[in-house]
Every structure is written in C-alpha cells, then in structure tokens.
Design a protein around this ligand. Structure first.
Ligand code: SAH
Length: 387
C-alpha cells in the first residue's frame, strides 16, 4: 500500500502531570472510594465522580455541576484529571488511526483505532515493550520496559474517545464499539492491571464496553487463562501460529514453557466457551515456514472439539524482519482447507500498514529513533516526537 501519512486531527494535549496531585482518571471504583474517604466526603461522591470521569469524560473539576463549588475546589487543590499525553496521532489511508502516548515517566506505548463497516475497534497495549520475543513481531524486538498501570490502560481508550468526541458515552452509533487487548505486550503477564482496567471499561455507568465486545489476546500464559475467563468473562484469542512444538518453540518461545498440549487443554476448559462464543486462534501466515497444506490439516485436527474460529493473519513486514508474507495462493489454499475441515475461519485484512499500525508493527517511536541512531536497523517513516 502506498504510504501517505496524513496527520489526524490534532490530539488533545494534556499538561505535564503534577506529581503532587494524584490523577483520578483511570482509577477503579475502590480507589475512588479511598479518595472520597480521604476527603471526608460521603460515599455517594464516588458515583458522581465516576459519572463525570467515565460517562462524561470530564477533564476539569469545574465541569462537575452537581458537586458543590467548595468540594470541587478541594478536589482541584489535591487531585488532577489527566489523560496520557498523545504525542502523535496518525491516520492511515484506510482510516486506521494510531496514537503514540507518553506516560508520566516519559515511557511510551501505541494504541490504534480500526474502523470497519459495522464496528470500530480500539487496540490497546498492556506493556511498554514485551518479554515474549516472538520472532515475527516487531514489538518483540523491543525489550520489556515495564507493565502499564490500570490507569494507563484505561487512558488509551479515553484518548480514542476524546478524538471522536464520544462524550457522554453514546448508547448507539459509536465510533468505538469494540476493544482488543492486542497491542504491545502480553496482557496475561500484567493480569492484575489489565483486569482492573477491563473492569473500568466494562462498567455500564461509565465507559460501558460490554465484555462480549472485548477480546484479550495471549501468546499462551496457560496458568492465567482460566482466571481470565472466570473473573473477566471476555473473549479469548490465542496466538497459535504453529501446529508443532518444534516450530512453535522457535517462533513463539513461550511455547517452551507452556507447550501446545497444555495450551489447547486450557482452551478446551476456557470458562463460558461455546459455539456462540468461540475462541479465536490467530495464525500468522509466514511464507514457507508454517503455511503448507499439511499444516492446515494438522490445525484442523488439533482444534477438534474446541469451539474455535481461525483468524489467518498475513504477516505484516517490518524492516529487517526474517520472514516474508505467504503468497495469496498459499493463504487461500490454507483457508480452504480450514473451511473444509469444518472450522470457521477468516483472513484478517491488514489495516494501517502505511502508518505501522498493523499487528506486530507497534513499537515506540523513541525506540525506533534509538535503533536508527545506533545504526541497528533502517528506520521506517515515522515522525519523531519533536517534529
Ligand atoms: N502478546 C499478545 C498480544 C499482542 S500481539 C499475543 O501474543 O497474543 C497481537 C497479535 O498480532 C498476535 O496474534 C501476534 O502474534 C500477531 N502478530 C505479531 N507480529 C505480527 C506480524 N508481524 N504480522 C502479523 N501478525 C503479527
């Protein structure tokens, strides 16, 4: 695709955070209750603050018209209402948007919005960098820096809501209908913060994204899969990508710790899974690596008995990547065999490749710049934060 970068509408730029004033945006109900208690205010203030922060998207205490002036002044004296800083907003020729967000400590992560005919999906990051080192993933070449806090995870959705002016949370005709935890990082290695953030997102008096519209993607942190289903009840996607342990050990190294048999057993037992709520198995199409007809047949065999849908993802290239995308013919043949085997399957259309917003292409701009300086890899077109 021709890479024509179009800057999106200017992102709202927040003031640098004041460390003396803790931020209320992103807090869970329990944390807000602590704040209200500390202020010596009655418990009903929690509901009011929740409504203003998550239903109305307030960025100023002064807007909170059903809270007395005196209380608003005390809140403003001691607390702040900040989003992460949106350093860059890019828009792809296909309508996909990507935001580079900078957090209070200067660390960065990316978040993406993918518009489709009947829905709009926000793809959210859970960590800065990643520890998994999957060989085909650009994020995987960046070391893990740290987990994102619940507030930083929630903040990504709020930035997207700001960009579309979707406040108060609309009941219908939303630009943002779905959330996928498929950005940078492994969400099940940051479970507590991801769980707290998803509970905030799912709260119907606030951001109101139903659990049925949320999908968490994991490379296969087997011991956390059951909890995710039991406690959050969100849809599960599993990055499978290979049908033998030998190959999966190489390209998805977490397989050495949790091999295929254990992963698939956890999927069979995923709470709430049934034919109406299937597990998505993601399978990146790597030319001459994992895309043969025999592998398609083996995939069908492995997934027998699991309410599954297969999502074939044409490999999204990045500079220096040691793989090529499967040919269109190989992808079509693989998809046919998956269908013939009785599985529901789709081929994921690459979105936002021109702005490096497609699966596996997310990486913080500062990391790109660092590598470019060191001459490690060619740097793709991406404006530097200072431009
Ligand atoms: N750590 C989680 C979520 C992040 S990755 C996980 O592994 O599931 C989101 C999806 O994009 C995963 O299926 C991942 O394997 C896939 N992916 C990574 N790099 C890719 C690339 N270059 N091309 C296509 N898909 C890729």
């Amino acid at each position: 695709m021709q890479a024509t970068l179009q800057p999106a509408a200017p992102a709202p730029v927040a003031a640098p955070p004041d460390p003396a004033k803790p931020n209320l945006v992103g807090l869970t109900r329990a944390e807000l209750a602590e704040v209200v208690k500390e202020l010596g205010e009655p418990a009903f203030r929690v509901k009011q603050l929740w409504h203003w922060i998550y239903h109305r998207g307030a960025t100023d205490f002064a807007a909170m018209s059903n809270i007395s002036k005196a209380v608003r002044a005390r809140l403003a004296e001691r607390y702040s209402l900040e989003r992460p800083l949106a350093v860059h907003a890019l828009k792809s020729v296909d309508g996909t948007r990507k935001w580079l967000l900078r957090f209070a400590d200067g660390r960065e992560a990316e978040c993406v919005h993918i518009p489709e005919e009947d829905r709009g999906t926000v793809c959210i990051s859970s960590q800065v960098g990643c520890i998994l080192t999957c060989k085909f993933c650009h994020t995987g070449t960046q070391r893990l820096v740290r987990n994102l806090s619940a507030a930083e995870i929630v903040g990504q959705l709020m930035i997207a809501r700001d960009a579309f002016g979707e406040w108060p949370s609309p009941a219908e005709d939303r630009e943002i209908t779905n959330v996928v935890m498929m950005g940078m990082g492994e969400p099940l290695y940051n479970y507590d913060n991801v769980a707290a953030a998803l509970r905030v997102l799912m709260d119907q008096e606030g951001l109101a994204i139903s659990r049925r519209k949320i999908t968490l993607s994991t490379a296969g942190v087997v011991p956390m899969i059951r909890r995710c289903g039991e406690e959050l009840g969100v849809n599960l996607a599993v990055s499978l990508h290979a049908v033998t342990d030998a190959l999966r050990d190489e390209i998805v190294p977490i397989n050495r710790k949790y091999p295929l048999a254990e992963l698939l057993a956890a999927c069979r037992e995923y709470p709430g899974v049934n034919n109406a709520r299937r597990i998505t198995f993601e399978y990146v199409m790597l030319r001459d690596v994992n895309d043969s007809p025999a592998e398609a047949r083996e995939l069908v065999r492995l997934l027998r008995g699991i309410p599954a849908k297969v999502n074939l993802i044409p490999f999204n290239p990045w500079p220096g990547a040691p793989f090529e995308t499967s040919t269109d013919e190989a992808i079509a043949r693989f998809a046919d065999l998956v269908h013939e085997g009785g599985l529901v399957g789709t081929v994921r259309t690459p979105r936002g490749r021109d702005i490096f917003a497609a699966c596996g292409q997310l990486k913080s701009a500062s990391e790109r710049a660092r590598k470019a300086k060191a001459g490690v890899a060619a740097v793709e077109p991406f404006p530097s934060p200072s431009s």
